[in-house]
Design a protein around this ligand. Structure first.
Ligand SMILES: Nc1ncnc2c1ncn2[C@@H]1O[C@H](COP(=O)(O)OP(=O)(O)OP(=O)(O)O)[C@@H](O)[C@H]1O
Ligand SMILES: [Mg+2]
Length: 487
């Protein structure tokens, strides 16, 4: 064997050894990895079993707000109502709120209270809790940050692993169902108004006006009531035709013809809450949207005197334009200057809610969150409104509230005086055809002012006032109501 063949034999031996070593390393690592995974899975299973032995409880958290701070969670409210009723006897610290039935209190668990409940032999525990909010500066929507300062409340339900199916499939749905029923029983209707630019505050809604005491043509009244009935029962219909479950009403007519009274009657008839938006204190479309999102279902959202709330009829003067007008005013005489300054000030401080913002609020994408809501606009001057705002589909039903006719008068006479016929009725009929008087003024005349007043004296007072108004008209003056309306 020559030297070169020895050398090549050695070389191939080294290469073979290297390959073997490499293969061993790779193989070991491969095994190591598989082993690791295998071991990991095995350990995990054991760890879970161990954890279940040490802590065999599962938990479900129900937070007060869905989707960040946007909407209160229905589930939270339902659980709150259920726990208040079902478990409040066991809790040591409770929160109390007023109920529909004056004198009764609705109880709920205070923070960090824990109560137990039983269901089909399974025992569960509820804990009420709250935690501080996360830092607001990371909020995706800046208008949530004010509300996000409050603590975030939540309920936690603990139960044994072996009761998982029973709790999730039967117990929790039952809790929600019972909670919903209790909420309906205890619900006190509320009248909300926006105290600041984007926050609601409420009082209990206790307006006595009902359709029984609202004077208007009986056929028209029935039409409105039928419309409301159809709306209330329209959940399936709206889902079927793919429309958000809401309806717009435009109530128009001179002052004192019962537009606000009609809103109260609607709320009492439907058993809905009322959100009265003061548009002039809403600073931006974003604030308007926030207010809107926070409204609950089964509610009437009202914007009164929409024509006065905003200049919605045409393009709004921008701050810049107003400032330019003021600058021009500076060069003019005193009065013009003052007027221009006033306009500039108004542009600076007034609401920046725009027509498009309002339209978006009525039927944009955001309008579909929540359900079963009526949106009502009232106005004395329907002709001043932008047609886009009141077209059908936005304001689905237009209701004219008009001066008192004879039918409405008869209704008021029955309500206020308890009379269905009287010798003065014919005079009233004739005079109401000649002169305009609002139901508010007729009602005022029919209200006894002293113990001596009876049906006859009240009707006589009404006839006298109607005659005076007719004479005034004959002399070329305007009736009181028409003057009001002209302003
Ligand atoms: N049709 C009516 N039936 C019974 N009461 C009425 C009617 N219209 C007005 N009234 C009574 O007159 C008063 C004023 O009515 P209301 O505030 O509803 O008028 P309005 O149309 O909203 O006026 P405005 O345009 O000034 O807001 C209320 O006390 C109301 O109860
Ligand atoms: Mg009104």
């Amino acid at each position: 064997m020559d030297a070169s063949s020895v050398w090549s034999g050695l070389n191939s031996g080294v290469v073979l050894s290297l390959i073997a070593v490499l293969w061993t390393v790779v193989w070991q690592n491969l095994q190591h990895l598989q082993l690791q995974q295998l071991l990991g899975r095995h350990l995990n299973r054991h760890a879970r079993r161990l954890a279940a032995m040490v802590d065999p409880y599962l938990s479900v958290t129900i937070a007060e707000y869905d989707g960040g701070r946007m909407r209160r969670s229905d589930a939270y409210e339902e659980v709150k109502a259920y726990l208040g009723e079902a478990c409040s006897r066991d809790a040591r610290h409770l929160r109390a709120e007023g109920a529909k039935d004056a004198g009764k209190l609705v109880l709920s668990m205070a923070d960090r209270e824990e109560v137990a409940d039983e269901f089909q032999g399974a025992r569960v525990w509820w804990l009420a809790n709250s935690k501080p909010p996360p830092r607001a500066d990371g909020a995706a929507f800046p208008w949530w940050s004010a509300a996000a300062q409050d603590d975030r409340r939540f309920y936690q339900l603990f139960f044994l692993d072996r009761h998982r199916d029973l709790v999730l499939d039967a117990y929790l749905p039952r809790v929600r169902r019972m909670g919903r029923e209790l909420m309906v029983q205890n619900r006190r209707r509320k009248l909300y108004t926006n105290v600041s630019t984007n926050q609601w505050s409420h009082v209990v809604f206790e307006h006595p006006k009902t359709f029984d005491t609202l004077a208007m043509d009986p056929a028209r009244k029935k039409e409105v009531m039928d419309d409301l009935d159809a709306f209330k029962a329209g959940k399936e219909y709206h889902a079927r035709v793919g429309k958000p479950w809401k309806r717009g009403y435009l109530l128009y007519g001179p002052p004192g013809t019962g537009k606000s009274a009609m809103v109260a009657a609607m709320a009492n008839y439907l058993d809905y809450d009322v959100y009265d938006i003061e548009l002039t204190s809403v600073h931006s479309n974003t604030d308007l949207r926030k207010l809107f999102i926070e409204t609950k279902s089964k509610s009437i959202i009202v914007i009164e005197d929409i024509d006065c709330s905003l200049d919605l009829s045409g393009a709004r003067k921008s701050g810049k334009e107003a400032a330019a007008a003021a600058d021009q005013g500076n060069k003019k005489d005193g009065a013009a200057k003052a007027a221009a300054e006033a306009e500039k000030k108004k542009a600076d401080t007034s609401s920046k809610v725009t027509l498009s913002g309002l339209l978006n609020f009525i039927d944009g994408l955001w309008s579909a969150c929540g359900a079963e809501r009526l949106i009502v606009f009232t106005t004395n001057h329907v002709e001043k409104l932008d047609p886009a705002l009141i077209r059908r589909g936005r304001m689905d039903k237009h209701i004219e509230m008009s001066y008192c006719g004879f039918e409405a008068f008869k209704f008021l006479a029955k309500t206020y005086l308890g009379v269905v016929s009287h010798e003065l009725f014919d005079d009233v009929r004739r005079l109401l055809q000649e002169v305009n008087m609002t139901p508010a003024d007729v009602a005022e005349n029919l209200t006894p002012k002293s113990a001596d007043d009876d049906a006859h004296s009240c009707l006589a007072a009404l006839v006298k006032e109607l005659q005076e108004a007719t004479e005034k008209m004959a002399k070329g003056g305007k009736g009181q109501n028409e003057q009001d309306n002209a302003h």
